[in-house]
Write a protein that binds this ligand. Structure first.
Ligand SMILES: [Zn+2]
Length: 142
């Protein structure tokens, strides 16, 4: 078994996936059977942004880029901290919870955050439920 870090070019989500072999990965990719766990897009690539790659032999230019990346990461982290403190995490139930608040006119002290598929977001929008997509860095990817 081989674990690859994959990146969805569509929604920018990165995730890990296991394959029997590198051949299996190529085969699935060729048949477009490799899809994003979030938005189902077939535009999934091996994630070349793995830390091992960006930390190797950096030119000055790349160091600047890396610093920018770190700055952005810091901003995103602060943003995440704010969301964690002020919103309730509902995980994969985001669409359900958002509808429940919208249709039952439930007044909540806190907003909610979680994950939803592109299809969910589209449907929510059609129902007049406002959502916002935020960049997210998993804590473990430090
Ligand atoms: Zn995706």
């Amino acid at each position: 078994m081989i674990k690859y870090k994959l990146l969805c070019k569509n929604c920018k989500k990165d995730f890990d996936s296991w394959f029997a072999s590198s051949n299996e990965f190529e085969k699935l990719k060729r048949k477009k059977l490799l899809t994003c766990i979030i938005c189902n897009s077939a535009k999934v690539e091996k994630n070349l942004m793995a830390p091992k790659v960006i930390n190797n032999n950096l030119s000055n230019n790349n160091k600047e880029e890396l610093q920018k990346f770190k700055d952005v990461k810091k901003v995103v982290k602060n943003y995440q901290k704010f969301i964690k403190q002020n919103f309730d995490y509902v995980g994969n139930n985001f669409a359900y919870e958002a509808r429940s608040i919208h249709y039952n006119n439930k007044k909540k002290e806190k907003g909610i955050y979680g994950t939803a598929s592109k299809k969910d977001l589209k449907e929510l929008k059609e129902e007049g439920i406002e959502t916002q997509i935020v960049p997210w860095i998993e804590d473990k990817s430090n």
